[in-house]
Design a protein around this ligand. Structure first.
Ligand code: SAH
Length: 216
């Protein structure tokens, strides 16, 4: 279902130059976004727009997911941490890109969303490569660190310190940093003890709520 719509969306992202990395485009062709949405919103799955997924949270627009995947430079075998599983869609895409041999841990603080994300991940057979964990992801997930790649799908007041500590040597991390209006999508790279930050531009995400995020 929806293959033609999905293909049209992905071709649009490519022809507009939003996403150029073929591995990202291929993953977006394969993962069915509609399977991660509430049934009444499935018809809108292949419109390039964020959508509500319940509990006041949103699934990011496809172009945003594509831009983040491209900036992450995911490779097979990578150990990846995502904060904010939401629907599980972004995690499934990363699962596609780190196979074979890689692993994606995606942390969600809201149990009902995390449970639904895990169901979709299992239904689509990504559970060999993606694991959903219910916890405060602003603390990271020390038991599986260090991570080659970390991506945060919620806006933080600052780059959470535990995430910096859990980033592997040569690793890349994306975090939207800023207030609860616009944020700067910040790329953090690590070379040994040296951390470098680059701003990639303005974005709008829901807040990261937790010990190293905003207060509830
Ligand atoms: N990547 C998701 C979109 C996530 S929206 C997708 O593909 O659908 C951001 C999510 O971050 C929300 O579900 C919100 O509940 C979650 N979140 C906010 N603060 C968090 C925290 N401290 N730890 C884990 N998840 C958090």
């Amino acid at each position: 279902m929806y293959e033609a719509e999905r293909s049209r969306l992905v071709k649009g992202l490519k022809s507009h130059g939003v996403v150029t990395d073929e591995r990202v485009l291929e993953a977006m062709e394969r993962v069915p976004r509609h399977e991660f949405l509430p049934s009444e919103l499935r018809d809108q799955a292949y419109v390039d727009s964020p959508l509500p997924i319940g509990m006041g949270q949103t699934i990011s627009a496809p172009h945003m997911v594509g831009i983040m995947l491209q900036a992450l430079e995911l490779r097979p075998g990578h150990n990846v941490l995502e904060i904010g599983a939401g629907s599980g869609y972004h995690a499934a895409l990363m699962g596609e890109m780190v196979r074979p041999g890689g692993k994606v841990y995606t942390v969600e603080r809201l149990e009902s969303l995390g449970r639904k994300a895990a169901e979709a991940i299992e239904r689509l057979s990504y559970d060999d490569v993606v694991e959903v964990v219910i916890a405060d992801g602003s603390m990271g997930l020390p038991e599986h660190a260090p991570y080659d790649r970390i991506t945060v799908a919620a806006a933080a007041p600052e780059v959470p310190r535990p995430l910096e500590e859990q980033l592997a040597d040569g690793g890349r991390m994306l975090v939207p940093v800023g207030g609860q209006g616009y944020q700067d999508l910040t790329l953090v790279t690590r070379q040994g003890d040296r951390l470098e930050r680059t701003g990639l531009g303005g974005v709008v995400f829901v807040p990261l709520i937790g010990q190293h995020g905003y207060r509830d």
